[in-house]
Design a protein. Structure first.
Length: 168
């Protein structure tokens, strides 16, 4: 690509690469790392006219739902955190974006004449990514302290504008 002086590298991270996801720190760390590598590559490759695009899906219909059934929480210390995380994914599962929508964004990131570094896509992705730099740190920490699921869902919606309530 450097020799040709053209090309696009597309890295698929997650909205969790921009804003931490409760009870998923190892996953978040891997996505933040890929975001950082992608930002660095974008700068390093710019003189060669090689673009880097970061696609940040939110909740997308995929096999990840089958993997998120375990809660390694033998002490019970994080019961509320896991309850809140599973609520988010339950709501997301019901509204999850078709993976073909993500594929369209990937294709667009490659062929566009007006490239961007980041492309947030899928249920809750754009809203949460956009708020990352504007969220008050006290509000962020407050979410981790809420034990009551109803209170968590209400506060989550107030902060992010994403309704994670599920139909009864």
């Amino acid at each position: 690509m450097r020799e040709r002086r053209s090309g696009t590298i597309v890295n698929i991270t997650s909205v969790a690469g921009r804003i931490a996801a409760l009870a998923q720190s190892p996953y978040v760390a891997s996505k933040w790392a890929l975001e950082g590598v992608s930002e660095g590559m974008a700068q390093e490759l710019a003189p060669f006219d090689v673009r880097v695009a970061i696609v940040e899906p939110g909740v997308t219909k995929s096999a990840i739902f089958a993997k998120n059934i375990d809660a390694p929480n033998s002490t019970g210390a994080y019961d509320a955190h896991y309850q809140n995380m599973f609520q988010f994914y339950t709501a997301g599962y019901l509204s999850a974006t078709d993976p073909f929508e993500v594929a369209k964004v990937i294709h667009h990131s490659i062929v566009t004449n007006e490239p961007e570094l980041r492309y947030a896509v899928s249920w809750a992705g754009p809203e949460m990514a956009a708020l990352h730099d504007r969220i008050d740190h006290a509000d962020w920490l407050e979410l981790g302290r809420i034990d009551d699921l109803d209170a968590y869902m209400t506060r989550f919606e107030e902060i992010f504008g994403v309704d994670i309530h599920t139909p009864s």
